[in-house]
Write a new protein. Structure first.
Length: 62
């Protein structure tokens, strides 16, 4: 009886001692995001419009 009582008290303590702990610590360095993006779509649209206008103004060009 005493052994059963001791085992009943010991098992939950042993399980609690084995529980993992997770620590989340913020970095002391700032977050750096490099945005090296090349945007050339606007230039192409302008050139396309210029070419369309040139062709419209000079239909004998081609």
């Amino acid at each position: 009886m005493t052994l059963r009582l001791l085992a009943t008290a010991f098992v939950p303590l042993a399980l609690m001692a084995c529980s993992p702990t997770v620590k989340i610590e913020p970095s002391d360095k700032p977050i750096v995001i490099n945005l090296n993006v090349k945007i050339d779509q606007e230039v192409r649209v302008r050139l396309d419009k210029d070419v369309e206008d040139l062709i419209a103004n000079n239909p004998d060009l081609f």
